[in-house]
Design a protein around this ligand. Structure first.
Ligand SMILES: Cc1ncc(COP(=O)(O)O)c(C=O)c1O
Length: 372
């Protein structure tokens, strides 16, 4: 009997994929430390879920024996009203991550090309690779996504461009005028996936993306309930685009991809404007507090339009990550994003941020070469 070999089943491109390094789960860290920890690693909402969403989830639990509405009718109806779009312009996904992968799966195959920025959300490059397509990484311009470099990288084989605005992990954003000019300059055979996961944290008016959707342009706008709406654990995001684009994605989408509690919670979270405002305000105040303190400590950072900061400690980020972990603070080392001396830290509650800054002060005193 010949030996079973998984490797012989695996296409060449799949064997080259580096799996996504997810943030370390807080439960795992607490188990290892034997005491509580704070997680500032995945840009979640530090206020916890909206009370109205929680109540809605509880109410939905006695129906979890039933499959959810596969097309998410009620939630898409509410989103359409909220965003002034048609329902046919909206698709739901298990987080925007699923929609990123769905766009790649729907439109890319071997021989095609997908482009993203060299230092942007890693799922974009994974999605392009998972579809078996060629991946092009455009350089940053300073710490900003370089729309000109991306435009210049487009070839006749390019089908998809993935952009985050604000960008993760730099926290920088480009203006609506810049994006309009970019869209006007690129060929019509290219679809731009514009990921606005951090939309609510950026200055109002920085984006006019939904006007572009209304105008039927070649853009798929992605948003999520994982950040300001505080529902990361439920996995719900949505995409907005031309009805034909949405219809194409729906052909490939798995049925029942978003759960019943997630749909119900998202409906309630959309209504909870007070919670959203409070979350944005907390982020604004605390961003100012953390950046002032970092400046005082002499630690460099990139000014951010999101709910996280990219900080440069000028030391090996993996070591600083481990030092902070021992202090009970989980952040993200950014080597994998091309910043070997940087950490990405989520803006937390005032108490979280105080703990993070206290830990930074303590580790700043440790010699750079100390073993962890
Ligand atoms: C730019 C960006 N897009 C999408 C996501 C994923 O969001 P979701 O939880 O909706 O999959 C993240 C998560 O950190 C992100 O930073």
């Amino acid at each position: 009997m010949s030996k079973f070999s998984i490797n012989s089943l695996l296409p060449f491109w799949a064997s080259r994929i580096q799996p996504y390094p997810a943030g370390k789960p807080i439960e795992e860290v607490e188990r290892e430390l034997g005491h509580s920890a704070i997680k500032l690693a995945s840009n979640e909402n530090p206020l916890g879920p909206s009370p109205r969403a929680l109540e809605a989830i509880r109410m939905s639990l006695d129906r979890v024996h039933l499959y959810p509405d596969s097309g998410g009718y009620e939630l898409r109806r509410k989103l359409a009203e909220h965003l002034q779009l048609e329902m046919s312009q909206i698709i739901l996904g298990a987080g925007s991550t699923e929609l990123i992968e769905l766009a790649a799966k729907t439109f890319l195959s071997g021989g095609d090309q997908g482009i993203t920025s060299q230092s942007s959300f890693l799922i974009y490059r994974l999605a392009i690779q998972e579809a078996g397509a060629g991946l092009t990484l455009a350089p940053l311009e300073g710490m900003n996504v370089d729309l000109t470099a991306i435009r210049q990288a487009i070839t006749p084989r390019t089908k998809l461009v993935f952009l985050a605005n604000p960008n993760n992990p730099t926290g920088t954003s480009f203006t609506a005028a810049k994006f309009d000019a970019f869209l006007d300059a690129i060929p019509a055979h290219v679809l731009v996936v514009l990921d606005e996961a951090y939309y609510h944290y950026a200055a109002p008016g920085y984006s006019r993306s939904l006007d572009l959707v209304r105008a039927g342009r070649n853009v798929l706008v992605l948003r999520t309930f994982s950040k300001v709406y505080g529902l990361a654990g439920l996995r719900l995001g949505y995409g907005c685009g031309h009805p034909e684009l949405i219809e194409s994605l729906n052909r490939v989408r798995a049925p029942f991809n978003t759960s019943r509690p997630a749909q119900t919670a998202a409906l309630a979270a959309l209504e909870d404007r007070e919670y959203v405002e409070r979350s944005v305000e907390l982020n604004f105040t605390e961003m100012r507090f953390v950046t002032e303190e970092l400046t005082f400590l002499g630690i460099r950072f990139t000014p951010s339009n999101a709910n996280f900061l990219l900080i440069d400690t000028a030391r090996d980020c993996e070591q600083d990550f481990l030092r902070l972990l021992r202090e009970g603070v989980i952040v993200r080392p950014m080597k994998v994003y091309g910043f070997p001396t940087s950490l990405r830290v989520t803006i937390g509650t005032h108490a979280d941020n105080e703990s993070f800054l206290a830990a930074m002060r303590r580790i700043a005193r440790a010699p750079a070469s100390a073993n962890t």
